[in-house]
Design a protein around this ligand. Structure first.
Ligand SMILES: C[S@@+](CC[C@H](N)C(=O)[O-])C[C@H]1O[C@@H](n2cnc3c(N)ncnc32)[C@H](O)[C@@H]1O
Length: 398
């Protein structure tokens, strides 16, 4: 991301920015597939300098995925090696030969999904082979800029005045936007009419029992994106988050949006003092983020099975706290933007075994979702992020 920012600063023109962003994100989204294709044409890819490997990845993305004609795609990347450090220049011929011959047909199995095997197998357990493949392919496609607007008509008019095109998204209040300017330079953003948010994230908010005036706990509130949507529905929101910097960022953003939320900094692995249980609770837990590979393709570079196990333990502790903060008869919504069984259905099944006072009910999602065990999965197709969502009703007499 820092290198992308530098590159964007060097290329302020709109088309160049779009190209650089697409090559960076696209090459990362397709990384495992493209590395498989390149490995089939290289004797020892691991011995190449990092920069040359990056050039090969970007060139393969441009030729095989963006479909730039062979000579143009190859020439520019060979030139990038020729203009690079002198000791790498002798590799220009190799880069030329490999980029001309690299072929997606050389890649089969999990690598063709651009997923590491431990994730591909988990996607299959959660969704079945067909939907797992559809989800993986879906997350390789770019998405529009999704904005949430409390007054979509007013927001669309403001966007149109600056030459942006907005069409309604799949959830009420959500807009798919194509803008000629960066988000921060749109008046609709500056004046708090819109908030960047994937429609799947907005759908999670809709699953909460947070009507006007209803006290709602937003646990693990982060930068306050879901808190803002809860407050826009009229809920009286208390947002609790461990990271004070995120709380400050949330406060700034909520001021821009003109919505009021009460903030608390606390570690929710244990029950925080001074917060009364509420009838409406959202736990948007820290997770592997494997439903957001479209926007965060770098996740596959750093996620390990050990990290996944650690996150699963943290989520269980946070769910126990959330149980203690849900009033009798109340609704606890648990959400993760992940597509692994242990963070989703298995996590909730274990929770219900520990807390028989809670019963899973069908989450009230305004989007098509797939029932999976005690919850539902939003499959990451057509620009959506993937989420697992469970709604847990606490018995009134407990
Ligand atoms: C998925 S993000 C939340 C996103 C947020 N709800 C939103 O919509 O903008 C999870 C958040 O949990 C926070 N977190 C992690 N461990 C925590 C803990 N022990 N107690 C409270 N918050 C925690 C992280 O700092 C992160 O902001």
């Amino acid at each position: 991301v820092p290198s992308l920012r530098l590159a964007l600063r060097a290329h302020p023109e709109r088309e160049a920015r779009a190209f650089v962003t697409d090559v960076c994100y696209g090459a990362l989204r397709w990384r495992i597939t493209l590395e498989g294709a390149l490995a089939a044409r290289l004797e020892a890819p691991e011995r190449l300098p990092n920069r040359v490997r990056d050039v090969l990845l970007a060139g393969a993305y441009e030729r095989l995925v963006r479909g730039t004609p062979d000579h143009a795609a190859v020439h520019a990347w060979v030139e990038a090696v020729n203009r690079g450090p002198p000791r790498e220049r002798p590799l220009a011929g190799l880069v030329n030969a490999v980029l001309r011959r690299v072929d997606l047909a050389d890649v089969q199995g999990d690598a063709a999904l651009s997923l590491p095997p431990f994730l591909a197998s988990r996607f299959r357990v959660l969704l079945g082979a067909d939907d797992a493949a559809r989800a993986a392919h879906g997350m390789r496609q770019p998405a529009p800029l999704w904005l949430t607007a409390s007054d979509p008509e007013r927001a669309a008019a403001s966007l149109a005045a600056q030459g942006a095109r907005a069409r309604p998204g799949p959830v009420p209040g959500s807009l798919a936007v194509q803008a000629p300017l960066p988000l921060e330079r749109l008046a609709a953003f500056e004046h708090g009419l819109v908030q960047p948010q994937n429609p799947a994230s907005l759908a999670v908010v809709a699953a909460c029992a947070a009507g006007p005036g209803e006290r709602t706990l937003d646990l693990c509130g982060g930068n306050g994106v879901k808190a803002a949507a809860l407050a826009a529905r009229g809920a009286e929101v208390t947002s609790v988050e461990i990271d004070p910097e995120k709380v400050e960022a949330a406060k700034r953003n909520l001021r821009r949006l003109g919505v009021a939320v009460t903030h608390r900094v606390a570690d929710l692995r244990t029950l925080p003092a001074g917060i009364d249980p509420a009838a409406s609770v959202l736990l948007d837990a820290p997770c592997s983020g494997t439903g957001t590979l479209r926007a965060h393709p770098e996740i596959t570079l750093r996620l390990s099975e050990a990290a996944l196990a650690e996150l699963t333990r943290l989520q269980a502790a946070l769910l126990d706290t959330a149980a203690g903060l849900t009033a009798p008869g109340g609704l606890l919504v648990y959400a993760v933007c992940s597509l692994t069984p242990e963070e989703g259905p298995e996590q909730v099944e274990a929770f219900v075994n520990r807390h028989p006072e809670f019963e899973p009910v069908k989450p009230n999602l305004p989007l098509p979702a797939r029932d999976v065990g005690p919850g539902a999965v939003i499959v990451p197709l057509e620009g959506l992020d993937g989420f697992f969502v469970a709604a847990l009703r606490r018995a009134a007499d407990t």
